[in-house]
Unconditional design. Structure first.
Length: 622
């Protein structure tokens, strides 16, 4: 046995105590071994991801409410694996009566689902039994797809739009939101293989980055809004509407492209029986579109560093909140670029469509109207536009790890809300929707670790882990690192993984590298524990002009807080403590405060980090 100095042993003990290893699942360890991912947080030297080039022609029949289409997919297997099956995903089969779902639905939600009329893979026809298809279906290939090779899929299909609209379907009898509207190849990745988890209407989505060319044939007088660049406005719009639309692409001011009267009197689209609208978008995770024959159309654009972003809104005339949506989106895109996350909006267009879902899609949102509460309506829009960065720019696996996107969108919503409505209003709304439900729920499920897969959570626990607790972790880290270092680390993570598929461990490691700190103690505290928020003043000692406060942390989370001393004369002092105070001991600390006058009370105030048991956060002095 070698002899070591006492100092060296103490240093080793200290390092092992505070660096702390993270739990890493076996599939992620294999990814490190294969060097598709790295402990530095960056994609590994052997990182790969599969992709497709989609060329889709689709038609929407406004009478039968059927969407039909045919598509060609050039699918690239960039993996080192030979694929013996190919998994096809069609989320809209959630509407089939026999589909598994997370909750009860009405009869209006149900449809007959997808009908595949034909499917060819590399020219070979495959027989399809539509009754056997759920939201995902694997097809055994007659010729395996070799590594670093391509396959061509040709699919002809149709499906009915559900009467009850959720994330997609009929908004009204002449307005349709067509999302998840085409069969697509599911994700095959380096840590799980084929993604064959069924969609059950709770968890959201995980998609490859693909290139899309879409042709959408719609009846006369129906305007189509979609993901991506609008390729042929000259072919489908009448001259005056075309002129306004082109002006909007360079206008800082909101223009009314088409009003309700123009929509109703046939003055907007070319007066053919059918018009075909064409759009293109590259390297995105999904494509959606919407159409209506009576929605009004507003538009403007936002100047950024490298481009102008077209901002468009489609809505029912008279919807008071949507009348302001274009201006609100302009503010969002500019604010997110200049503040948080501090990354330029990466796409050419952003469109808001009045519907029901309060749901995000690449370059589009489908929001309900809340005309009697403009603050809530605007914050909803803020949240959905914030999703541009997480999950779309970052390729998050929302199905398994929804906290990696919903937590960030909730955080950005809170931060932009401060600039829009003031700190107190934003704080109160954030607490109402993200904190109170969690801390007031006594069930054990509410304290499952954030790292729990989203598919393991039910009811309110899903929302609490995904939105509230995750967001609080990001805000606690922001407070711990300070804005400058936090933004540096966040940008390092975004630059590492935009356009790719990060896992939680990639986030942890990339933030460690970007900040130059070993944050594993923080990740263990916030993501791998069943902690909650609860501080307690154990006892105090006032000696001379110094007040010592022994604080216990029964809840366990490393949160920031203010210590507020109220003096007998009515004045007060506030001292802020960041989560750094918990770095060495996450259960007990002693803080020392200057107290120059006679004290009436001391209170620990976590702000948005609401305490489960606030009664023991105040000490009254006699």
């Amino acid at each position: 046995m070698k002899k070591y100095s006492i100092l060296f042993l103490l240093l080793c003990f200290s390092s092992s105590l505070f660096a702390q290893d993270l739990y890493v699942p076996r599939n992620i360890k294999k990814a490190y071994k294969k060097e598709t991912r790295s402990l530095s947080g960056s994609p590994g030297s052997n990182y790969w991801q599969n992709t497709g080039i989609y060329n889709i022609q689709t038609k929407v029949d406004a009478i039968s409410k059927v969407v039909s289409g045919n598509e060609t997919i050039q699918y690239s297997n960039n993996s080192p694996d030979t694929l013996k099956v190919i998994a096809i995903r069609f989320v809209n089969n959630l509407h089939k009566p026999e589909a598994p779902r997370s909750g009860l639905v009405s009869k209006d939600f149900l449809t007959t689902g997808l009908e595949i009329k034909s499917i060819l893979i590399d020219g070979i026809k495959y027989e399809v039994n539509n009754e056997e298809w759920g939201t995902v279906k694997d097809i055994k290939l007659k010729t395996p797809l070799l590594p670093k090779s391509q396959a061509t899929l040709q699919i002809e299909w149709q499906y009915p739009l559900s009467v009850e609209s959720g994330r997609e379907g009929q908004i009204d009898s002449n307005t349709f939101y067509c999302a998840y509207s085409y069969p697509r190849v599911s994700v095959y990745d380096d840590y799980n293989g084929w993604d064959i988890l069924p969609h059950i209407n709770r968890q959201e989505f995980y998609n490859d980055f693909n290139d899309y060319t879409f042709s959408i044939t719609a009846p006369r007088n129906y305007v189509v809004w979609a993901t991506g660049n609008f390729l042929n406005p000259e072919e489908v719009l009448q001259p005056e509407i075309l002129k306004r639309f082109k002006q909007s692409l360079m206008s800082d001011q909101v223009l009314h492209i088409a009003d309700a009267k123009e929509m109703q009197t046939g003055m907007v689209t070319q007066q053919k029986d059918w018009n075909t609208w064409k759009f293109k978008a590259d390297h995105i995770t999904d494509f959606c579109f919407a159409l209506s024959n009576h929605y009004v159309w507003d538009a403007a654009s936002v100047p950024l560093k490298t481009k102008r972003v077209s901002v468009q809104t489609a809505y029912n005339a008279g919807a008071k909140d949507f009348e302001r949506y274009t201006d609100w989106m302009k503010y969002d895109i500019d604010w997110f670029y200049k503040n948080w996350p501090g990354i330029e909006y990466p796409y050419p267009v952003m469109t808001a469509f009045q519907g029901f879902a309060d749901m995000e899609y690449p370059m589009m949102v489908n929001d309900g109207s809340v005309p009697d509460n403009l603050i809530d309506s605007r914050l909803t829009l803020d949240h959905e536009v914030a999703h541009t960065y997480f999950p779309f720019y970052m390729g998050i696996n929302e199905t398994r790890y929804a906290f990696m996107d919903e937590g960030w969108a909730s955080t950005f919503e809170y931060l932009i809300g401060i600039s829009e409505h003031g700190e107190e209003t934003s704080k109160n709304i954030y607490q109402k929707y993200n904190v109170k439900q969690w801390i007031n729920d006594p069930s054990a499920e509410e304290d499952q670790p954030i790292i729990s897969m989203s598919t393991q959570l039910s009811g309110s626990a899903y929302g609490n882990n995904t939105y509230g607790k995750a967001s609080l972790s990001y805000l606690a880290l922001k407070n711990y690192l300070g804005d400058t270092l936090f933004k540096k680390a966040l940008h390092h993570y975004i630059n590492d993984w935009n356009g790719k598929h990060p896992t939680p461990w990639d986030y942890f490691n990339s933030m460690n590298k970007g900040s130059g700190k070993n944050l594993n103690w923080f990740w263990n505290n916030w993501f791998f524990s069943n902690y909650y928020i609860d501080l307690k003043i154990a006892y105090t000692k006032h000696s001379g002009e110094q007040l010592s406060v022994n604080i216990e942390n029964p809840g366990g989370f490393a949160i920031p807080f203010d210590a507020i001393i109220l003096y007998q004369d009515g004045s007060n002092t506030k001292t802020h403590f960041s989560p750094v105070v918990w770095e060495k001991n996450q259960k007990k600390i002693i803080i020392k405060l200057q107290a120059i006058k006679k004290i009436k009370s001391i209170t620990l105030d976590g702000g948005i980090f609401m305490d489960y048991n606030p009664e023991d956060n105040t000490k009254i002095f006699k």
